[in-house]
Every structure is written in structure tokens, then in C-alpha cells.
Design a protein around this ligand. Structure first.
Ligand code: SF4
Length: 327
């Protein structure tokens, strides 16, 4: 099977698999404020279909898989899918991004099923503000989930925080204080525009501004990054924790992009901000062979754009909502 190299010479080695469009939180930067039409059960890929697609993509060069949602843990029996993906030869990293509401009882189960890394979404360390952003009173469950993840001994535990100017940007230093001696990484993510997620330019704080804030109290030591990595990583001088910045809007990283996305309803999305997709689900349910499926995947990769348009042009552009893509 051919490697996943696009027309700009970028090789794709990282697959993000959304296993559901549903979530148990209602984060304002992710979930559309107006009514969302959930996918029906038969529209969603079955585990067998996900494993089939993933195994073909791994054969074509994917070595890192991330499980996302919506909130992946609302999908029943997820640990069995984790075990099947972990057993695919060629998968070096199997990660998951979760809001940790359901993690406290399951962290050790996922670890023993083969999950190697966890990213936990948390946008406030204040209980009341957490409820404001997520419209749910689950702060204590999330904090218990974080402790369980640390206790389970994952190779990597990272916190993902979407920084929204005028909303939670006053907590940047609190997050750094929270991770500095826990050996945990905090990733500050620039707010991105998606359909109906209340984005406007005034709410977008750039990584450069966030770095200035952190440097008021800490000395940042640049860390080497992996090819294709989205984050710029820094050590905190004198501490075990690390800090990262994801500047997709102010300083994009499309030139080294190595990511493909599979949506919960089986569409291959070559780029986060590129609306055209390839339905692998329909092809599979139409009886396609593995070889033909590989060709279809390559066709989608060859259509991938060089980069996303400037942030102002993203507003109003046709696209799925963030909850349907999974970041
Ligand atoms: S916007 Fe598209 S091309 Fe750019 S880094 Fe994201 S997925 Fe890759």
C-alpha cells in the first residue's frame, strides 16, 4: 500500500479517530449554541469498521492514533476498541483526548487496555467558571479523573486549555502553578472559529501574548519538538512540569502537518478546516475491497490543501462543528 504523502510532500503518520459526536459537556467553544442534530446509531461507524479502516491506514504509515469525540468515553465498551487498536502492528502511540468526567473509575482500565497517553480538556480551575464554560456541574469529577490518570502511570498526561480572552485568560498562571511540580504538561490552545462557536477575533489570545504572561513569573526553556508537532514546548526552569502553546491561528503549522481525521460517521477529513470529505463508511458498506479503500484514502490525501485560510476567512466557512470533528 502507498504511503500517505500529499502533493506538498507531507507524510501523514497521525490519525485522529472520533468515535462519537456526543458529549456529556456543553463547552461554549465547541458545542454549537443552537440545537445540534446527533448522528443516528446506524450512521456511526461500528468498532469493526473503525478497526478495518485504522489497520489499512497503519499499513500506509500511520503510527500514532488519537481517540477523540465529542467525548469518547460516552461510547460504550470503548476499552475493547482501545485494545484492538493497540494490537495493530505499527501503532507506536495510542492516545485519547477526554474531558475526564468519566475517567476516575476507568483510567487504570484504559492503561491496561493499551492506551499510552492522555490529554484532558480543562479550561478553568475555578468550579463556578468551569460550570459557566461547560454548562455542567462536573468539576470535582474532572479533578478526580486527573488524579486517577496520574495514578495510573500513563507515559504522558497533558491538560488542554482553550484560552478565550476575557473568559479564562486570567487563569494562565494558575494553570502553570497547577502543573509546575506535578510533571504534567499544560497546553494552551488558541481559540479557533468553528460553526456557531461564538468565536470572534477579540476573544482570540495569541500564543505570543500567552508566553509574555507566563514569563512574568517563570523562565521558559525551549524543548525540542517532533516533526509535525502542533505545540511549541517549554520546560519551566526549576520545575518538573512543562508548558506548550498551540498557535493554529496566529502562527499556523500547516507546512509540516501529518494529521488525518476520521469522523464518527466514517468520513476521512484531510484537514481540520477543509470541508470536502471522503466517506469511507459508505464505501465499506458498499462492499469495497481493502486495496480500493487504500486508493480512496490516497485520493483524499491528494486533495488536501496546503494550509488553512486566515482566521478571518474561517468564520462562516462551511465546516463541521468542533464537537463533530474532535479537534
Ligand atoms: S489546518 Fe489543516 S493543514 Fe493546517 S495543521 Fe490543521 S489539519 Fe493540518
Amino acid at each position: 500500500m502507498s504511503r500517505l504523502v500529499d502533493k506538498f510532500g507531507r507524510e501523514h503518520t497521525y490519525l485522529r479517530i472520533s468515535v462519537t459526536d456526543r458529549c456529556n459537556l456543553r463547552c461554549l467553544y465547541c458545542m454549537p449554541s443552537e440545537s445540534i442534530v446527533w448522528k443516528k446509531r446506524d450512521e456511526i461507524l461500528q468498532f469493526e469498521e473503525i478497526v478495518r479502516i485504522a489497520s489499512i491506514l497503519v499499513e500506509m504509515g500511520i503510527s500514532k492514533i488519537r481517540i477523540t469525540g465529542g467525548e469518547p468515553m460516552v461510547r460504550r465498551d470503548l476499552e475493547s476498541l482501545v485494545a484492538r487498536l493497540a494490537s495493530l502492528p505499527g501503532v507506536k502511540t495510542l492516545a485519547m483526548t477526554t474531558n475526564a468526567v468519566l475517567l476516575a473509575d476507568k483510567a487504570a482500565v484504559f492503561k491496561s487496555s493499551g492506551l499510552t497517553a492522555l490529554n484532558i480538556s480543562l479550561d478553568s480551575l475555578q468550579k463556578a467558571r468551569f460550570q459557566e464554560i461547560t454548562q455542567r456541574d462536573d468539576f470535582d469529577k474532572v479533578m478526580a479523573g486527573i488524579e486517577a490518570a496520574l495514578a495510573a502511570g500513563f507515559e504522558s498526561v497533558k491538560l488542554n486549555c482553550v484560552v478565550m480572552a476575557g473568559y479564562n485568560d486570567d487563569e494562565i498562571l494558575d494553570f502553570v502553578e497547577f502543573v509546575k511540580d506535578r510533571g504534567v504538561n499544560i497546553r494552551f490552545i488558541e481559540y479557533m472559529p468553528f460553526p456557531d462557536n461564538q468565536w470572534h477575533k477579540g476573544r482570540m489570545l495569541s500564543s505570543a501574548e500567552m508566553i509574555k504572561t507566563v514569563e512574568k513569573r517563570f523562565r521558559l526553556v525551549p524543548l525540542p519538538g517532533e516533526t509535525g508537532a502542533v505545540a511549541r514546548d517549554f520546560a519551566l526552569a526549576g520545575h518538573s512540569g512543562t508548558v506548550s502553546f498551540i498557535s493554529s491561528m496566529s502562527d499556523s503549522f500547516c507546512g509540516t502537518c501529518n494529521r488525518l481525521r476520521l469522523t464518527a460517521d466514517g468520513a476521512l477529513k484531510s484537514c481540520l478546516f477543509y470541508a470536502p470529505e471522503m466517506s469511507l463508511r459508505d464505501a465499506i458498506r458498499g462492499g469495497i475491497s481493502d486495496d480500493e479503500l487504500g486508493k480512496l484514502i490516497l485520493e483524499a490525501v491528494m486533495q488536501k490543501p496546503e494550509a488553512h485560510p486566515p482566521m478571518e476567512e474561517l468564520v462562516g466557512m462551511a465546516n463541521r462543528s468542533m464537537v463533530e470533528i474532535g479537534g
